[in-house]
Ligand binder design. Structure first.
Ligand SMILES: Cc1ncc(COP(=O)(O)O)c(C=O)c1O
Length: 421
């Protein structure tokens, strides 16, 4: 297996069973899971409603048919997502992953606009295929410089740069929009740009986010040139941010397309694109996905989405997210090794920094991951400088589990701070 496929922890964990928000490893240790297989076990583990729906489908003897035949669960899921998207006349195409979803969106945008110029955000991550790597704004994930697109990067999540220091949200938005206009006049020929693709909260980038409203301000400029806006909702979709069902709604704008994956199947492989119908239909040749939208994955996804909506898990994400983020901010106050705490709903991050210089510290973040594990809590890591703890518990989290996780994480941060100081 490839060397570039890294494992978490000095002594990696094999997860062998799970229930609710907890998992057990092959050595019999149990953990509270605050990373959910990278935000993918959105409802936690072993949810009866999902398990039973999948078992019923298995019992029918049909896991796969291909899209050459009608798949009832696929049509039903497409109708639900189209309705939830807020996009006029939306159509949905299903894939097996977020990468493929973004590939499809880029295909649609470049076909509709007959252009291979794409705008992306600095510090972005959209997947690991040739096309997705080409729009990656984070050097440590940029595995190739060859590209099927001509890509220009715009600002959005880099407010720590000296040029933007001390700016209010409104001032930063004005500066970033001026930069977009400049890019469209200099690097790119504006009349000939296909799209801007953006994560409302950058996942791999360390849960960094533009100020609310920036993407709407960008869209006003894009609209005047006919340039399309794609929101990559692979991490931010389905109410995880608490305040909205889609991450981009924080900007007060409906994009032309959204891509999704991760949590939708609660672990079963599914992704897709929801797009304006005319864009979805703009591809000038045949297309299929052999596995995309198969009966098995779409059955799991329907059950997951129904559960999420009927239990109002978006509200749970808002309530428990505020509880944990508030608690972390308070706990981090006296800790010199903790730089910033940020996030929305059940998607939040903690930056580790050198206690003396305040420079990003990847070794301290690694140490904090280990310290959390030693205390029975699984979390993630990322960020441009590798110094960010990324935390995303299941959206079914209970208040007791939220408090328990907050306690474990706080304890781990205090221990690392004490060691580092
Ligand atoms: C925002 C975003 N887009 C796309 C992807 C790619 O998804 P996948 O790994 O399912 O191909 C990821 C994966 O982490 C992601 O975070």
């Amino acid at each position: 297996m490839p060397r570039w496929m890294a494992l978490n922890y000095d002594h990696p964990i094999e997860i062998v069973s799970g229930s609710g928000s907890r998992i057990t490893d092959a050595d019999g240790n149990t953990y509270l899971d605050f990373f959910c297989g990278i935000l993918t076990n959105m409802l936690g583990y072993d949810v009866p409603e999902v398990r039973e729906a999948v078992q019923r489908q298995l019992a029918k003897g049909v896991v796969h048919t291909s899209t050459l035949y009608l798949i009832r669960s696929q049509v039903e899921l497409a109708e639900k997502i189209s309705r939830l998207s807020g996009i006029d006349g939306a159509k949905v195409f299903f894939t097996n992953s977020g990468t493929e979803a973004n590939e499809t969106a880029l295909l649609l945008a470049t076909a509709a606009r007959r252009s291979s110029q794409v705008l992306a955000l600095r510090n972005s991550y959209h997947g690991r295929s040739f096309g997705a790597v080409a729009i990656t704004g984070n050097a440590s994930w940029r595995s190739s410089q060859l590209a099927p697109f001509s890509v220009h990067y715009v600002h959005g999540t880099d407010r720590e740069l000296p040029a933007f220091a001390g700016m209010s949200d409104a001032e930063y938005i004005t500066a970033a929009v001026a930069d977009l206009r400049h890019v469209l006049t200099t690097a790119a020929a504006a009349r000939d740009v296909a799209c801007l693709i953006a994560e409302p909260i950058q996942g791999v980038g360390g849960f960094t986010m533009p100020p609310d409203g920036l993407l709407r301000a960008y869209k006003e400029v894009l609209d005047s040139h006919g340039i399309l806006l794609i929101s990559d909702e692979v991490q931010t979709g389905w109410g995880r941010t608490g305040e909205h069902f889609w991450g981009i709604s924080a900007h007060g704008v409906v994009p032309d397309m959204m891509t999704f994956a991760k949590g939708l199947g609660n672990g079963f492989a599914i992704g897709g694109v929801v797009a304006r119908g005319d864009l979805m239909d703009s591809v000038p040749a045949n297309g299929i996905s052999t596995f995309g939208g198969n009966p098995f994955a779409t059955t799991a996804a329907n059950a997951t989405l129904d559960y999420l909506l009927s239990h109002d898990l978006q509200r749970n994400a808002a309530t428990l997210g505020s509880l944990i983020i508030g608690g972390l901010r308070e706990a981090a106050e006296p800790l010199a090794a903790v730089g910033a705490v940020r996030g929305k709903g059940l998607m939040f991050a903690v930056d580790l920094v050198d206690p003396v210089t305040a420079a990003p510290s990847a070794p301290l973040a690694a140490r904090a991951m280990e310290a959390a594990r030693e205390r029975g809590l699984l979390i993630g890591k990322g960020g441009l400088y590798g110094n960010t703890l990324r935390i995303a518990p299941p959206m079914t989290l209970t208040e007791a589990e939220a408090k328990e996780g907050l306690g474990l994480l706080t304890d781990a941060l205090r221990a690392v701070d004490a060691e580092a100081s």
